[in-house]
Design a protein around this ligand. Structure first.
Ligand SMILES: *Cc1c(COP(=O)(O)O)cnc(C)c1O
Length: 398
């Protein structure tokens, strides 16, 4: 398949006059979502009310959409389910992993991981109140810290700040050699680059859908468990919809077979309907085409900024094999520079302490947006036009 990126772009509602380089944080609105939501609201919720659970297939949505996501991350049908937010799915995977290695004392992660993933590990350790320790090392040092003392290796494949990418297959293999259970967070991988969860044999993978998969703010998260271990998982969050027979209303928890036990409570149907429509675009996308195009556009941004604004320091690895689908630069005035950019229609974001972040999403951005970003950025830097009080006032969301 050759992906037609002009066609995929026409599927999105993009803010007028804006170069949207923030799809790694919140994907833009796919046009199809509006109609699908309207149908879900009027024809399903409006006309069926509670009947929608049976007649509109609401109850099956976590499994059905899990299969659609599975197709994008190399997971077989029936091995992915959806619901809650990514933080919750991290907690579920981690607690299951720890239970699988009762004699081991350590959870290993790295300093490039997203804070919520680390906080979840800290909270879980507190709740379990047993001799467990979270060990956080530099991303380059992960391999050296694998040992038979480690119960679980929990990593995010692509660093949310720098865009550095781990070698998921190699690290998983190395971890397994020491009997470690692996959990990969695919927040910046799913819909951004080819992923093969089954091929790399990781026990768990988790991710969110509102970034590169465009499900909208607060869209549900996903979780994968390798099929051979799924039936052995004892869920820490034992919710009624992960029960084998939710409508038997038994007093005692009995997990559903397989990945369905990782469901917790009532699925967010409106968000899932939005995701369902958002996923249609992937029927026409070849992930290798997407990756090649993203790297090409990323190189264009890196080269353009290097030539026009040498004071911005590249934070992303130059080597395509070691980066995801974002490009980041460091500057002490990063926040103000990003606000000045946004004011002129180039939307990226800022991550403390000094990172300017640009998402490269070929489904709806091309050379035009990259060149505009470079041009406006170089103008802002040359005139120091970011150096104004209104660009230095921090918003709640950066
Ligand atoms: C975006 C992101 C999250 C966000 O978690 P939510 O619970 O969905 O808010 C967590 N982990 C990583 C690695 C992320 O990139």
């Amino acid at each position: 398949m050759t992906t037609d990126f002009a066609l995929t772009r026409s599927y999105f509602e993009l803010p007028e006059g804006v170069a949207y380089l923030d799809g790694n944080s919140l994907g833009p609105l796919p046009k199809a979502v509006t109609g699908t939501l309207d149908t879900t609201l009027r024809k399903e919720w409006g006309r069926m009310a509670i009947g929608g659970w049976n007649r509109a297939g609401w109850m099956e949505m976590p499994a059905r959409l899990g299969d659609r996501i599975g197709a994008l991350i190399g997971a077989a049908p029936g091995t992915v389910t959806l619901g809650d937010t990514l933080s919750i799915k991290v907690y579920q995977a981690l607690s299951a992993a720890i239970q699988m290695r009762p004699g081991r004392r350590k959870i290993l992660s790295d300093s490039g991981n997203f804070p919520s993933d680390l906080y979840m590990a800290q909270g879980l350790i507190d709740a379990l109140d047993r001799d467990l320790e979270l060990v956080v090392v530099d991303p380059e040092d992960v391999r050296d810290h694998l040992s038979e003392d480690v119960a679980a290796l929990m990593l995010t494949e692509v660093d949310y700040r720098t865009g550095r990418r781990h070698d998921m297959a190699a690290l998983t293999e190395a971890a397994h050699a020491d009997g470690i259970v692996t959990i990969w967070d695919l927040a910046h991988s799913a819909g951004a680059l080819p992923v093969d969860v089954a091929g790399c044999k990781t026990e768990f993978a988790v991710g969110c859908t509102y970034k590169y998969l465009n499900s909208g703010p607060g869209g549900p998260a996903f979780i994968y468990a390798r099929p051979d271990i799924a039936d052995g998982i004892r869920p820490a969050l034992a919710g009624w919809l992960g029960h084998d027979a939710p409508f038997a209303f038994e007093p005692d928890y009995r997990p559903a077979p397989g990945i369905a036990r990782m469901r917790v409570g009532t699925p967010p149907i409106l968000q899932m309907a939005a995701l369902d429509a958002a996923l249609d675009v992937w029927d026409e996308v070849d992930m290798d085409d997407l990756r090649a195009r993203a790297l090409e556009l990323g190189d264009r941004l890196i080269d353009g900024v290097a030539a026009a604004c040498p004071e911005l320091v590249l934070a992303t690895p130059r080597d395509p094999a070691h980066r995801g689908s974002q490009v980041s630069f460091r500057h002490p005035d990063g926040y103000a520079i990003m606000q000045a950019l946004i004011a002129r229609g180039v939307v990226g974001d800022f991550r403390a302490p000094d990172i300017l972040r640009f998402g490269i999403t070929p489904l709806y951005i091309g050379e035009g947006e990259i060149d505009r970003a470079v041009e406006i950025l170089s103008d802002i830097m040359a005139r120091k036009s970011y150096d104004r009080p209104e660009f230095r006032t921090r918003n709640a969301v950066t």
